[in-house]
Design a protein around this ligand. Structure first.
Ligand code: C2E
Ligand code: MG
Ligand code: MG
Ligand code: MG
Length: 279
């Protein structure tokens, strides 16, 4: 945070900041106004049942429509939003927007919302989720919160308590990007997740690397044993679909079926016209 100088004015750039730090500070400033200027938008990507091909859920993915830079990917601003604490407001907006969108869909699909570990640092998260549900009148069972292993890294009672309180509201909690953290299996014991999403990197290497195949096999087996669905992320080819089916993976998501699309195109996706049907 820039310090006020002697005359009490707020200095945006500190003398001696390098170009990278200045670019980051600029991003932070722009991010502060982005919510007010309504520059964020939610895109949706279908998650399909591998057996029936049916769309069962949509994952909400945030996009920042920057007036000059065009679309900024989440990876390029979520970290700054997390460092500055802005992710709390952004996250609240995502929750409210996603619930509102989902409540208006022609079919009672679930909506999956990505959560930042920073959002779990405050008890206010529970109220945000409650508010998003009550304002939208979306049944809690249709909201799924995707968390990564980073949320459980501290393994604090507060974090686990929050997860249980959220679950008590009736929302589902899924483990996103499974297999990329340090203690994946341990985290599955600390909280009874409703779903495991297998990280895209394993799906990408499915046809070329035996270790990726072995891990996918192990994780789908784990899902079966725990009685919860496993979603393969980043499915791009028919060959991957066939291998995933053989291994008993239950759900698929990826460019092979559909890219994430604007909220206004959800009904079009539900009509099945843009989708590659699971065959
Ligand atoms: P994620 O939750 O694992 O989301 C999946 C990412 O994979 C998305 O990238 C999606 O566009 C991309 N993807 C889907 N299918 C394919 C495929 O077949 N091939 C490839 N190469 N990529 C595919 P996106 O939208 O850029 O989001 C990246 C990450 O940013 C997300 O990973 C999530 O961790 C985070 N994120 C997105 N939206 C939000 C949000 O609203 N809040 C928070 N806190 N994080 C978000
Ligand atoms: Mg996700
Ligand atoms: Mg993921
Ligand atoms: Mg990911």
């Amino acid at each position: 945070r820039a310090k006020a100088d002697g005359r009490g004015t707020y200095r945006f750039f500190e003398p001696g900041m390098d170009a990278k730090a200045q670019a980051r500070r600029l991003l932070e400033l722009e991010l502060r106004g982005a919510l007010a200027r309504q520059e964020f938008e939610l895109y949706y990507q279908p998650i399909q049942d591998l057996e029936s091909g049916e769309i069962i859920e949509m994952e909400a993915l945030i996009r920042w429509k920057h007036p000059l830079r065009g679309f900024v990917a989440p990876m390029d601003f979520i970290p700054v939003a997390e460092e500055t604490g802005l992710i709390t407001q952004i996250g609240d907006w995502v929750l409210a927007r996603a619930c509102k969108d989902a409540a208006a869909w022609s079919r009672p699909l679930s909506v999956a919302v990505n959560m930042s570990p920073v959002q779990f640092k405050s008890q206010a998260l529970l109220r945000s989720v409650e508010a998003a549900l009550s304002t939208s009148e979306l049944p809690a069972a249709r909201l799924e919160l995707e968390i990564t292993e980073a949320v459980l890294m501290d393994e604090s009672d507060a974090t686990l308590g929050m997860l249980h309180q959220l679950r008590n509201l009736g929302v589902r909690i899924s483990m996103d990007d499974f297999g990329t953290g340090y203690s994946s299996l341990g985290y599955l014991r600390s909280f009874p997740f409703d779903k495991i999403k297998i990280d895209r990197s394993f799906i990408r290497d499915l046809t070329s690397r035996a270790d990726a195949m072995a891990i996918v096999r192990a994780v789908t087996g784990l899902g079966r044993s725990l009685g919860i669905p496993t979603t393969a992320e980043g499915v791009e080819t028919a060959e991957q679909v066939n291998l995933l089916r053989r291994e008993g993976c239950t759900q698929v998501q990826g460019f092979h079926f559909s890219e994430p699309r604007p909220a206004s195109e959800v009904e079009y996706m539900l009509s099945g016209r843009n989708l590659r049907i699971v065959s």
